[in-house]
Design a binder for this molecule. Sequence first.
Ligand code: INI
Length: 184
Amino acid sequence: MPSTRYDAADSADDTRVEGANVDAGGHDGTGMRIGIVVSRFNDIISTRLLAGAAGALRELGLSDGDVAVIWVPGAFEIPIAARELAKGGSVDAVVCLGAVIRGDTPHFDYVAGEAAHGVASVHVTTGIPATFGVLTVDSIEQATDRAGGKYGNKGAEAAVAAVEMVSLLRELREAGEGARGSTS
Ligand code: INI
């Protein structure tokens, strides 16, 4: 089982900063619905990222039925699938997974850049958090190190970030509604 590099003791639930009002989401994913969009290109890496993400979501209390996995051809196609999932209303967050590995041409920059901008635009335009577990690396070795190797599993980290963001946004939205209610 790939390492998740996630330790409940480091959970954002326990975040305290002297003199600052730090609000951070929790890590209880029970009852959340999460979509995972994963690219087939470099699937030797993306399947490991997917295993890491699925394992982390299970650890955080989601049942397998609450996790939808959507495959796309490459990282370039991740944003449009993530956006459709987010707009569809069937998920609370989308975890985006893939591996873009630098070659000898500028292709890498276009694919990696569009994947990153596209995923960021999903949460900006839909209000549904979309997390970025797409590796952008120079070599297959660097990718392996980050897909369950010596630098952990970025798929698991993106899954933990998704649960944390769903929880945080719920808190912020409830607080916003409370504040509006108290002035009316
Ligand atoms: N897609 C990836 O996910 N990773 C890559 O490293 C990659 N490279 O190197 O070309 C890649 N290209 C395919 C791209 O994402 C699209 O699927 C393709 O261009 C069709 O639109």
